[in-house]
Design a protein around this ligand. Structure first.
Ligand SMILES: [Cu+2]
Length: 115
């Protein structure tokens, strides 16, 4: 009956490996861009990225942020995140100009150019 005990774990490992392989192959050429938030501003006002790239937002402030985009077709909402936390968003195979803002701090603006 050892087989019965180990099978679920083995299946889980196989599934995890397959998922990992899928994501690593899909993002083989993708880059990660780190954009900080400090003093209630993004670390850069604009950034050029490529389709498939990922942007990681790092909260270096002492207050929460909630970073969003309402740009048609390129919307995202990272939700409220605490000082010291980071959240990422991937832009999958789509060109565009993304207006990024913070719902907590209306003066925080960032423009992402994806092409
Ligand atoms: Cu904010």
């Amino acid at each position: 009956m050892k087989h019965g005990i180990f099978a679920p774990g083995l299946i889980a490992i196989l599934i995890a490996g397959t998922v990992f392989a899928f994501f690593t192959s899909a993002s083989a050429n993708a880059r990660e861009h780190i954009i900080g938030q400090a003093n209630l501003q993004f670390s850069v006002p604009l950034k050029v990225i490529k389709p498939g790239d990922r942007v990681t937002f790092v909260n270096n402030d002492s207050v929460v942020h909630n970073i969003i985009s309402q740009t048609a077709g390129l919307q995202f909402d990272l939700g409220v995140f605490e000082p010291g936390m980071q959240k990422s968003v991937s832009f999958n195979q789509k060109n565009g100009v993304v207006d990024v803002e913070c719902t907590v701090h209306p003066n925080m603006k960032l423009t992402l150019f994806i092409f």
